[in-house]
Ligand binder design. Sequence first.
Ligand code: AMP
Ligand code: ZN
Length: 472
Amino acid sequence: MDLRLHLYNTLTRQKELFKPIKEGEAGIYTCGPTVYHYAHIGNLRTYISEDTFVRALKFFGYKLKRVMNITDVGHLTSDADSGEDKMEVGARREGKSAWDVAKFYTEAFFKDYKSLNCLMPDVLCPATDYIKEMIDMVLVLEKKGYTYSIAGDGVYFDTAKLPDYGKLAGKSHIEGIREGARIEANAGKRGPTDFAVWKFSSAEEHRQMEWDSPWGKGFPGWHMECSAMAVKHLGETIDIHWGGEDHVAIHHTNEIAQSEAATGKTFSNYWMHARFLVMGNLGKMSKSSGDFLTTSSLPERGYDPLVYRYYCLLTHYRKQLEFTWEGVEAAARGLDGLRALAAKVRAEARGAVPAADRSAKYFQDFMSALADDVNMPAALAVLWETLRDNSLPAPQRLAFALAAEEVTALDLFKAEEEAALPPELAALIAEREAARKAKDFKRSDELRKALSDKGILIEDTPKGTKWKLSRG
Ligand code: AMP
Ligand code: ZN
């Protein structure tokens, strides 16, 4: 059984053993949301996939630095550098300033993100805070001869100057684009795959978001933000870059081109992409048309948002997932069942929570599923089987479930926690609370220790004493 982490690298088109730049550490860059509208459940599938991967890395003991950008400028309505800036479109639609639109939808995004138990990145960077870094990178590209200007339009990256341009998407794909079939024509471009690194503000139209630059007033090309911010926070070569599959051919291809042209180094060693959530008979989800399902569609129909997390985890992140409400209903029943099983095991464990036995077969099976390109359907199957296996002592099963929960993040124990606490432990907690109120700190500390030995952690808050199970 190979318990070393392997992941599918889009760049090499195969599963590879993960070898970090620095032993035991990993630097991850994720393309964040474009904040001109709510995130739809498709966007959130990608973030759930990435979050589960991050949690798996932590499970394997890696120390992480995660950076996520927030696209609050420069993403045009067409990926081919034409059309309007999506932020300006959002501002017009809502009668607000582009800055207010960005603030509103950034907050809305993280509310949804957290409701799905996704962990916050270590560094969050709005593109508008990094205009200087982007201009500096364009200047380097210009100095190295990789750019040309189109009057009244912008500064463009000349992709013909980079022999391995398009290596992420593959040669045939790029040749397809070069034949002109896939991209809107832009009369001034030298080649159809060339892309804007800086756009000029038009003289006729007032833009809310624009900056002075060596090329006059303008704004950055969309891809530029990710290159500038990744290099700034993670260095010239990063371990892993994440995103949805739509980014392979244009956005990530162009991030690689401009980063590698500027630094002369490999931009990211591993590229991971989540496949799309598709709506099947419910129609295409499009953020730009505003016709889509958000996470609030779930509580509106009576579902816990974590039902959606569970629904996503039941399909491997590299398989397309077709969304249906029947599927959500089945996932809701599944999650209820898993939570009921977890509560039963915890009741049987009667307060005992030993450290999880990492050498046990079920633990190894779980790790092996994670090690195999984060195979969550397989990992969840191990969790189900282990919780059901009455031949294993309940405290051991409980300890495993608590450890697995660090990756699955399905709140397996939350709802039942209070109710399922054995009465003798509830009595100890009450006794400690009384001792604390009576300022008998010696007794209160003794009781805290007694509870801790039984796997209950006590926390005193201004609203009273809270407790939780310690993670074994
Ligand atoms: P955006 O906010 O449009 O910049 O997209 C945010 C993330 O969602 C990106 O990583 C996209 O690749 C991803 N994404 C967009 N549509 C879908 C979809 N239908 N399914 C899964 N991921 C998606
Ligand atoms: Zn990006």
